[in-house]
Design a protein around this ligand. Structure first.
Ligand SMILES: [Zn+2]
Length: 411
């Protein structure tokens, strides 16, 4: 049997965007998918197939998969583990191939959230029906999410997971929905669960106690120790409900450089070189600054000032640096225009627009094509409500029909 691995499922486009006070436009969500793909991330939970304003964005991104623009990253949608939701998902997004189906499993939520609508037995039967429906509708991979797994009785959690496996699910998502686990409890619980059920597990943690990355790698270690693959859920820059999810870059660094993690294998497609780029982009798109002390990509992550530290780092970087800034895609100078700058936006004309794209070294076949892309760039700016970045401008020129689909919403 091959050695179990740790994969990353990034949920920025689901948990990240459902978070209070922050959001991404559909174009920004698309850029996150493209950057995750460049980073070799296994899967992006790219949205909500049952939510109507997502429909065009989801279908457009699945078209990007068809055209080969998204190759390494699977796109997976999040729905409730209810047969009706699965049916609606396939009706609105017929090409969807990967789904996660979510339902609560703790006593707290079954009693105080479902309030008699569902009990322990019907939670399992609803979930099983939903899994079967997804399989029959053509889902290639199915994850089942046990919401509030960390507060669920172990016996029931194992019973739930066994039923999910029997119905045809590929993975169980262990959700520490409230962030109450510690590395000690999550290790024990996931180990016991996987020993009992023998199926791959996703680890979905929240940072309410500041333990999110520690809990994520402890849970993944437990799954690997029990002989199964682990899939850690992350968000770029640790966005996510309340105190956030596990930060994408921190999780990768912890697996690669954490003491005691040497015997565990991270998905070899992951390329940290994109860390700086995706972190910066997400910060701009969400409008949330990167803290100065953010692991890997914070301004101070490789800065030294005090006498002993500066001297030590200059003599040998390993004196005070655990990993290299080059590995995270840092160290290249960033050029900022300090003189005249023409930008492209919602009220641009063709001359200024041409100037912007010449600088990006994008050529148009004729005036007609340029005019068409200009019109889309105007809409993109209305859509994002902030200046477009170069990669967004290039994307619109390369995939104008897909961009158009992304910007279109019909309430
Ligand atoms: Zn969550």
């Amino acid at each position: 049997m091959p050695k179990p691995r740790i994969y990353i499922i990034d949920v920025t486009n689901r948990d990240g965007v459902q978070t209070s006070r922050i959001c991404l436009s559909k174009l920004e969500k698309t850029m996150i998918n493209l950057y995750l793909n460049e980073m070799g991330i296994f899967q992006s939970e790219f949205g909500f197939p049952v939510t109507h304003h997502e429909t065009n964005y989801l279908n457009a991104n699945l078209e990007l998969v068809k055209r080969g623009a998204l190759k390494s990253t699977r796109l997976e949608g999040w729905v409730r583990a209810i047969k009706e939701d699965v049916k609606t998902a396939f009706k609105l997004v017929p090409q969807i191939k990967h789904l996660n189906l979510s339902i609560s499993t703790s006593e707290q939520m079954i009693v105080h959230k479902f309030k008699g609508k569902l009990d322990y037995a019907s939670v399992i039967s609803e979930m099983s029906e939903a899994v079967k429906e997804a399989r029959e509708s053509g889902a290639e991979s199915i994850g089942v999410n046990a919401e509030d797994a960390s507060r669920t009785k172990m016996d029931y959690l194992s019973e739930f997971a066994r039923a999910a496996k029997k119905a045809g699910a590929d993975r169980l998502r262990y959700c520490d929905t409230l962030g109450c686990d510690t590395p000690f409890t999550i290790y024990e619980r996931v180990k016991e669960l996987v020993d009992a059920v023998k199926m791959p597990v996703e680890i979905h943690c929240h940072n309410d106690l500041g333990l999110v990355v520690a809990n994520s790698i402890a849970g993944a270690k437990a799954a690997n120790d029990a002989g199964q693959d682990a899939y850690i859920n992350t968000c770029v820059n640790g966005m996510g409900e309340r105190a956030g999810n596990a930060d994408l870059v921190s999780v990768i660094l912890a697996i690669k450089y954490g003491s005691g993690m040497q015997g565990y294998s991270l998905d070899e497609n992951v390329n940290l070189k994109m860390a700086w780029k995706i972190g910066k982009y997400a910060s701009y798109a969400f409008g949330v600054p990167i803290p100065i002390n953010q692991p890997g990509i914070g301004a101070n992550a490789f800065a030294h000032e005090s006498g002993i530290h500066a001297d030590g780092a200059l003599k040998d970087r390993r004196n005070y640096e655990l990993y290299d800034f080059e590995e995270l895609g840092r160290g290249e100078p960033e050029i900022i225009e300090t003189g005249r700058k023409i930008t492209a936006g919602e009220y641009s004309g063709i001359k200024g627009f041409r100037n912007v794209y010449e600088k990006l070294e994008v050529e148009f076949h004729d005036d007609q094509e340029a005019t068409r892309v200009l019109e889309l760039v105007r809409y993109a700016n209305v859509h994002n409500q902030k200046p477009l970045v170069d990669d967004e401008l290039k994307f619109i020129a390369k995939y104008p029909d897909i961009a158009k689909q992304i910007f279109t919403m019909n309430p």
